[in-house]
Design a protein around this ligand. Structure first.
Ligand code: RRO
Length: 311
């Protein structure tokens, strides 16, 4: 890499972060102890979505495995704003990397309340606005429409100087238009993709398997969709992009960076391997070092040809 990586003013050790809701840092710390802090898998931590009121989440079953992927219907269970501030924030503030808090509301005022509350907290480096959850009734209404997204951003942008990242859905007719609207209304970055709407059939009955009938598809099954949308969004916006969708290794991360992302998030792969972030970052660094070597070798060859031509 050519110099320190800075994302929305945050210096980061490498370009690999986690996708919101795919890595529970508090539970991981209980399992791995302080070793987790010494070798944290991500260069910034994106927390699970917080809502104003506590939520129990969707009825089980909440997960369904598909070929090369996973369907989740978690339904954003969380302790609510007060519970998060009292219990989760102090724990997450101890992580050795910047904390990005993901928030979601069903009205402009709910999102504004969350943004204002986190604006006051020095532990929070940036906010991610979740406009893209497929698993709650209001989760997608704003994020599928460019005008609605712009209106929400205009309402909340004046309430914080912290970086605002808008998480985009692939379940929209024109996600790039939503990205552009978010940028024009003051978003500092966009992240994509959240999960794709899908369902799984119960093998015994043929009925929808998940408790909420449908869910969000993630994992390698959606990688090409993610890459395609990152290419498309990168052509439309100037703000940095956090690319995600089916990243399993350094090559997948390199592809998203090549498509125009500044950071890459690892999501479903962390369920299989909690240290996937570290591995992907390492594999990416090796690929980048090889590319630099190849470029230097090519330059040296060109110089040799030119010099021999002159002789
Ligand atoms: O909690 C969820 O069900 C969930 C959320 Br908030 C989201 O943004 N994306 C997703 O696939 N699941």
């Amino acid at each position: 890499m050519s110099g320190p990586l800075v994302f929305c003013g945050l210096p980061l050790a490498h370009p690999i972060v986690n996708g919101s809701g795919t890595f529970d840092a508090i539970a991981a710390r209980r399992v791995f102890g302080d070793a987790l802090l010494e070798d944290f898998p991500f260069s910034a931590f994106v927390s699970k979505t917080v809502t104003v009121e506590p939520r129990r989440g969707n009825p089980p079953p909440r997960l369904y495995e598909v070929a090369a992927g996973l369907i989740n219907s978690i339904g954003l269970p969380n302790k609510g704003l007060d519970g998060y501030l009292a219990h989760d924030l102090p724990e997450l503030a101890r992580l050795p990397v910047p904390l990005i808090v993901n928030v979601m509301g069903s009205t402009h005022d709910e999102v504004a309340r969350l943004v204002e509350a986190f604006d006051e907290r020095d532990e929070v480096a940036a906010l991610e606005l979740n406009l893209s959850c497929p698993n709650v009734k209001t989760g997608l209404l704003i994020g599928t429409d460019a005008g609605e997204t712009a209106a929400l951003l205009s309402h909340v942008r004046p309430r914080t100087a912290k970086p605002l990242i808008v998480k985009l859905t692939p379940n929209a007719t024109d996600p790039a238009a939503v990205a552009l609207a978010a940028q024009e209304a003051g978003a500092d970055a966009v992240s994509l993709i959240n999960t794709l709407r899908g369902a799984g059939a119960d093998p015994r009955t043929g009925a929808p398997f998940l408790g909420a009938r449908s869910g969000g598809v993630s994992g390698p099954a959606v990688r090409a969709v993610a890459l395609g949308l990152v290419y498309e969004v990168a052509r439309r916006v100037r703000v940095p992009i956090v690319g995600m969708g089916g990243v399993q290794g350094g090559r997948d991360a390199a592809d998203l960076l090549g498509a125009g992302a500044t950071l890459v998030a690892v999501g479903t792969e962390s369920f299989r391997d909690p240290r996937a972030g570290t591995r992907v970052a390492r594999e990416l660094a090796v690929l980048e070092a090889n590319n630099l070597q190849t470029a230097a070798f090519r330059r040296a060859c060109r110089r040799a040809v030119l010099t021999s031509g002159r002789a």
